[in-house]
Design a protein around this ligand. Sequence first.
Ligand SMILES: Cc1ncc(COP(=O)(O)O)c(C=O)c1O
Length: 440
Amino acid sequence: MADILPTGPEPELEDLLAARPQLRMHGQDGLCLEDVPLNAIADRYGTPVWVYGAGTMRARLAALRAAFAAEALPVDIHYAVKANDHLAILNLFRSLGAGADIVSLGEFLRARQAGIAPADIVYSGVGKSAAELEMALAAGIGQINAESAEEVEMISAIAARAGLTACLALRMNPDVDAGTHAKITTGLADNKFGIAAAEIPPLYAHAARLPGIRMTGIAVHIGSQILSTEPYRLAYGKAAGMIRALRAAGQTVDSLDLGGGLGIGYRDEPGLTPRAFAAMARQEIGGLDVRLMMEPGRFLTAPGGVLLASVILEKRAAKRFVVLDAAMNDLMRPAMYEAWHGILPVGAAAFQSPRGPADVVGPVCETADIFAQDRALPEFKPGARVALLDAGAYGAVMSSNYNARPRAAAVLVHGGQFQLITRRQSHEALWEDEIIPALD
Ligand SMILES: Cc1ncc(COP(=O)(O)O)c(C=O)c1O
């Protein structure tokens, strides 16, 4: 993310490794994730392949909960499905007692498929269609976060027609700059998300009188990859003020959804710590007497994932290019947000070898298909493997079939073992939904 990256020299490979306890360079086996050699996974399932560490994800959820518990703030975590929606990952969070935050019927059905109860699902998003709302309400969805007055009317009409009651929160747009990349900031007045603070009190009172609706509370989500507590402090301060004002006006407000957005360290920037976040939350909203909810995605899943790729060849031209078998269709973040991902050699010998600057690119026919520029890396022979780090969020979920490239396989590492969780897409699957009209 070009506009928020720290300046200064890039971290050395050793620094990247040292900052990630889930990774270890073994003298013989090479790079390991949670003590499982990535080479063993690539040998078995080929590359490119997503590899996720269940232990890392579990530990991050536990750390977040512990930080809130230390502030005596019970919190219900609804994992943001959009960050990583493999059924195995959803099932992992379900098994740990988390619910789901979803933004489409597809995500709702995925969460259900992974065994998450409808009552533990929160539906966010600026454009929920009537068909999506009908199905979610009929299934008994736990809460809907409405993003406009128009949507409130729509939900009331659908719920009343079906003889159901929608538990509704209003997503407040606090008009706060999250200090993150423009493409992932959501809490500014001119972003499409949420409802302006001034409109909330009359809308809340109106919605509470509508048929088919039970008002539950307020939701705020100001963006993603947020590295400072300050924008949150402003947003939650405003949300707390809003809740007090609504209650003073006689409204019932039972819940506050704090959204997600907690940023992680992709390069050498310090990620937001659960402790700092929870301490700030207690200062702003402690004593409010609400059911606290949260919707983190990236924080829980990004550091636990790598995209494992093979070097096709090194091309020496005006620059040195390391061409991988993974591309922007697999991991889109660098092309989309100029995002920085650490890249580590998987082989122990390569890790020790002299390094020189190289651009790391994929084979897709776009100049934007570039993972790193002028990165200090050892020389790679064809077939050598590299790991693109912190790829557990907004990675596989954003993959496409551009250039008719099948989607990569995915593997879950847990308890020192590894298991395939998504098969590599076949070439035949690329056209299985297509119809060729008879023209000749
Ligand atoms: C409404 C909502 N909740 C939660 C999230 C999860 O954000 P993150 O993955 O940054 O925690 C998002 C993503 O932007 C979102 O739009």
